[in-house]
Write a protein that binds this ligand. Structure first.
Ligand SMILES: [Cu+2]
Length: 128
């Protein structure tokens, strides 16, 4: 008995599925909304310091700083520590999958305020 591993007629069956898959993914990306914010990090706090996004949205935060080095560690969104450096732009992108309130405190010793429990904190509210 011989086995045929390659059957050309199967290719014709698979092709419509591949086309449908491409159409579907294109549709999904068109529907998802991107929530974009410009956030300035200063030793006195983030400006703005509270943002609201709908659950399931794609979030893009563009950080800049006029004073000194800052950083955030958004591990709740599966992102490791990112540095915010003077003169540069730091883009943080994630998908807000879970609803709730998330606080991103500055994780770099940017001023004496850290010792006084006054470090900059960015609050992200993900609304269901
Ligand atoms: Cu800081």
């Amino acid at each position: 008995m011989t086995r045929t591993f390659y059957r050309p007629q199967y290719q014709l069956l698979i092709l419509p599925f591949i086309i449908m898959m491409f159409l579907f993914t294109e549709n999904v990306s068109a529907q998802s909304q991107i929530a974009e914010f410009n956030i300035v990090a200063t030793v006195k706090g983030f400006i703005p310091d509270v943002i609201e996004v709908p659950q399931g949205s794609e979030v893009r935060l563009i950080f800049t700083t006029p004073d000194t080095e800052h950083s955030v560690t958004p591990s709740a969104f599966g992102v490791e520590k990112i540095m915010i450096l003077p003169g540069g732009e730091m883009v943080l992108e994630f998908i807000a999958e879970e609803s709730g309130t998330f606080k991103l405190g500055c994780t770099t010793l940017c001023s004496y305020r850290h010792f006084l429990f006054m470090r900059p904190v960015l609050t992200i509210r993900v609304k269901p």
